[in-house]
Design a protein around this ligand. Sequence first.
Ligand code: URA
Length: 212
Amino acid sequence: MTDDLKISVIDHPLVQHKLTLMRMEETGTKDFRELLEEISMLMAYEITRDLPLVDVSINTPVAKCSSKTLNGKKMGLIPILRAGLGMVDGIVKLIPTIKIGHVGMYRDPKTLKPVEYYCKLPTDVAERTLIVIDPMLATGGSAAAALSLLKEKGAKHIIYLCLVSAPEGIRAINEMHPDIKIYTASIDEKLNENGYIVPGLGDAGDRLFGTL
Ligand code: URA
């Protein structure tokens, strides 16, 4: 049952095609990396379609006219270490002036609770729309903790962008952070007993960095 989930699925054919290639176990690190970069760029294109525009007066080589430009809304990109790093370059290609912060979380093996081990953010985080990126939204534990951390640091407007999500993780964020809009390319079936998304694509960090 996924009808209760609050999430937007980016079903663009190019995104879906590239995601299928990423899922395939025979896809190696080089292709996986390139595909993640390309999909991230395509997803960034979709999630920025409501960015505010203003009219400016310009001269083309032919005539003076009024034309649209971004109104200079401040944005921030926050990859969750380490797999989130694989989504950075594609998004930066589309939004080259975006500021980048980093959040590192690990799961304490005793308490199973997420623990922050690194956090470095743009200083004016409260004034920015933050795009938090991590390819896999599994249990949602680290994601929800990272979002709480960003709010503690003053963040007021956050968007969460992932590639593949499990219903369990979406539910966790919906419950803990109902104000945060989540985008994904796919809602998969479930988590397995090891916390992997099924069918998923395996360990995104390992496939991205070749640490299999
Ligand atoms: N993290 C991953 O990289 N893959 C999963 O399936 C779940 C969490």
